[in-house]
Design a protein around this ligand. Structure first.
Ligand code: ZN
Ligand code: ZN
Ligand code: FE
Length: 744
């Protein structure tokens, strides 16, 4: 008998019926069950039939599914009478709270069918689609325990709800044009279709509309209209950070962006994440305004995922030239979680020309998920709506219940029980006290939903993180141990978690900022580790960060480590006063901290090359450096022993007038070569053949693929991230695993 575990997009896409049909076709006996983040199959048959079955599983999967990984194990045979689908509700112990799912094709068809009784109904849904996690109060998932409890069903909806043959049998958020929730314009007497028409009129004339969605408000405007986009930037105080664009359909996406088959599969999946796509604008021009995603070569793209989005694009009114691309950015004041209710919307969005809201309460925030691709495989940047709270499985003898608070930036938290690790939707940056409150409330809600009572609380080692303080408070309240985990070790553990890997690895953690065991800033670390402990065996060469928080945003401050004042002046790194000021701090070791952060090295090189001296959002300098490197078609084979040498060489070449795109490329290649050499050295010394790559820097697809190529060529096994972000949005699961091991 084979035990087959299939990971990927296998939820809500008809995967189990598909497996049953294949099993029947191939005379296979056994079962298939939904296990949260994967589908588990027990398959029994002749070797020949099993081989065909496995092959068909991997080649004929249903249209909206995507298989990322298949684990196959041999087990002794059992007595199966036939092949059965096991319903997840019948399983004991593990709870599967469904993520929110985008509108399905059948509902979309009904939405625009004038003969259907839900024609143009902004909340149309069925058992295969609609809001889930964000409207749930408690388990089990029944209408009384959701936001829909405010709305009694009409007789027609009730009939469908109780009809076993209906697509809406047991569909908790069911409603129609005669019952349920409705949309309206806040502060105006416009409801239902009038409200949608009003919002369309404002959008087409270049205005800004706040739109309440599944997991919070969006801010929308015409993505082709430079002035509208600029007004949104000025109002939101967001000078350059890229905005996501919602396109009306795939063909509009293709007009503006490159789209591979793998990217298309995720873009159009039931999860409907924002996918970062290469733009055509450097070659072919674009109708998207240039201030939507300035200075980078990628655009965050998503498709309509609620009936309301579809109605905004396609409502049959007199407007004929409605844009097919709208900015769709999270509606929140900067540094604060996404807005979810009308009172806050009125306060926060006073600059909007209209607020299109609705009366279905959002109980848990869920920002849009963001996904990039590396070597044609997904690389999650922000895991939230559509994916959370699907659990990850990490096979361990300890099955303890744990709460891990996560990090300070890009915060998510993790609840674990029975080897299942549930990562929350995105919370955000917890440096603001309002975010701490949201984090605490969200933890309570998820504990309640998943019925988890933590036996330990885990958090980062950083003494001044708000998350550390909150973890201390919660652990006292619950009277359970508090366990602190070094930041970069947690990154590596998150990578081991995603790969369900247990043996020792060489962990490479390249990152922005994290608190090291010795009180300095770490972020360019090489570990020998497993889930129980770690040893820091190497790091990049330390340098000095001068000027506190500013040194994390202003790469020229880091660059001054490597160059003298004369050269800094020649490169116009900063004005004279600032240059002298920082040099003074560095010389006298005032307000300085030692650092091995690779993120900061990217900032320094970006500044030296004149690409970005000051970041206006996190990661800007590094993203622009990568974008520059991707404009070079040169190949370099350069070997350096450390980052000091690499930067010195780049500086010399820059002063010789070499092309900055080539030098950006040169930096990536040199850093990749240096990294790979360190890994090879460790691999030989320690006899370890597996390397795990994690930390925010590995979001950089160019660096990642250069490093992976080199490792592969030398026969090393690589563990990388796909569905858990390599950035701080992923560390909660690493913390949870370590804490679970520690208390068992
Ligand atoms: Zn549906
Ligand atoms: Zn109804
Ligand atoms: Fe980090």
């Amino acid at each position: 008998m084979l035990n087959i575990k299939i990971f990927g997009i296998v939820q809500g896409v008809g995967f189990r019926p598909f497996v049953k049909n294949l099993a029947d076709d191939n005379k296979i006996l056994g079962t298939v069950a939904n296990r949260g983040s994967y589908v588990e199959i027990f398959a029994q048959g002749s070797d020949f039939d099993l081989k065909n079955f496995l092959h068909a599983l991997q080649t004929k999967n249903p249209p909206r599914s995507a298989i990322l990984k298949i684990d196959v194990n041999h087990l002794p045979d059992k007595n199966f009478p036939d092949f059965q689908i096991i319903e997840s509700v019948h399983e004991s112990g593990d709870i599967f709270v469904s993520p929110d799912i985008s509108i399905c094709d059948k509902c979309a068809e009904e939405l625009f069918n004038p003969k259907n009784r839900r024609y143009l109904h902004p909340f149309i849904n069925c058992t295969a689609c609609g809001a889930r996690l964000t409207i749930m109060k408690n388990m089990p998932y029944d209408r009384e325990r959701t936001s829909m409890s405010d709305f009694p069903m009409c007789d027609a909806c009730k009939a469908e709800y109780f009809d076993k043959n209906s697509r809406r049998f047991d569909a908790q958020p069911i409603c129609c044009n005669d019952c349920g929730c409705e949309v309206y314009i806040l502060g105006k007497n416009l409801r239902g279709h009038d409200a949608i028409k009003f919002a369309r009129k404002i959008l087409v004339s270049g205005g800004i509309v706040a739109i309440k969605g599944i997991g919070g408000f969006h801010l929308a405007c015409d993505a082709r209209n430079f002035n509208a986009v600029q007004r949104l930037r000025n109002s939101k105080i967001r000078p350059t950070k890229p905005f996501a664009v919602m396109f009306r359909n795939i063909s509009a996406v293709k007009r503006e962006c490159f789209l591979s088959d793998a990217e298309k599969l995720f873009l159009d999946s039931p999860q409907k994440p924002i996918v970062l796509l290469g733009t055509r604008n450097w070659e072919l021009g674009t109708s998207i305004a240039e201030n939507v995603a300035p200075n980078i070569n990628k655009l965050g793209v998503l498709l309509p995922y609620t009936p309301l989005h579809m109605l905004i694009f396609d409502f049959p009114d007199e407007i004929t030239d409605f844009p097919d691309a709208l900015i769709m950015t999270s509606g929140n004041p900067s540094g604060v979680p996404i807005t979810i209710d009308d009172d806050d919307a009125l306060k926060n969005f006073d600059y909007c020309d209209a607020i299109l809201s609705h009366n279905r309460k959002i109980l848990l925030r869920a920002d849009d998920s963001v996904m990039d691709f590396i070597e044609n495989k997904p690389s999650m940047v922000r895991r939230s709506r559509g994916f959370a709270p699907l659990p990850f499985f990490y096979d361990s003898k300890n099955k303890k219940s744990v709460l891990a608070i996560g990090g300070e930036l890009k915060n998510t938290f993790c609840l674990a029980k029975n080897n299942l690790f549930y990562i929350s939707p995105y919370i955000g940056d917890v440096s603001d006290i309002r975010t701490v409150e949201v984090l605490e409330k969200s933890i309570k809600r998820m504990e309640n939903l998943l019925e988890i009572n933590p036996e330990a609380v885990a958090c980062d080692l950083h003494p001044r993180y708000q998350t550390t303080a909150l973890a201390e408070k919660i652990s006292k309240e619950l009277d359970v141990p508090l366990i602190k985990i070094q930041h970069h070790y947690a990154h590596i553990l998150s990578c081991l978690a995603e790969n369900n890997h247990h043996d020792e690895v060489i962990g490479v953690s390249f990152d922005g900022t994290g608190y090291g065991l010795d009180g300095t800033i770490w972020g360019g670390e090489f570990f020998i580790c497993n889930e129980k402990n770690f040893e820091r065996v190497a790091s990049i060469k330390p340098f000095t960060q001068a000027g506190g928080d500013k040194s994390a945003r202003e790469g020229w401050r880091i660059a001054l480590n490597f160059i003298n004042l004369d050269v800094a002046r020649e490169l116009h790194l900063a004005d004279e006063k600032n240059l002298r000021g920082v040099k003074f701090l560095l010389d006298k070791n005032i307000n300085c901290v030692r650092s091995t952060s690779v993120g900061r090295i990217f900032d320094a090189v970006s500044a030296i090359l004149g690409i970005c001296k000051i970041s206006t959002y996190e990661g800007e300098a590094a993203m622009r450096l990568q974008a520059a490197a991707e404009r070079s078609d040169k190949n370099f084979r350069a070997e350096f022993k450390d980052t000091d040498e690499i930067i010195e060489e780049i500086l010399n070449r820059r002063l010789n007038g070499e092309n900055i795109f080539d030098l950006a490329r040169f930096f990536h290649e040199s850093l990749a070569e240096m990294t790979a050499e360190i890994i090879f050295g460790l691999s030989e010394r320690e006899k370890i053949k597996t390397a795990a790559l994690s930390g925010g820097v590995f979001q950089n697809s160019l660096l990642s693929s250069l490093v992976m190529e080199k490792l592969r060529r030398r026969g090393l096994k690589i563990l990388r991230h796909e569905l858990i972000p390599p950035n701080d949005g992923g560390i909660c699961i690493g913390q949870a695993i370590f804490a679970g091991e520690k208390i068992s």
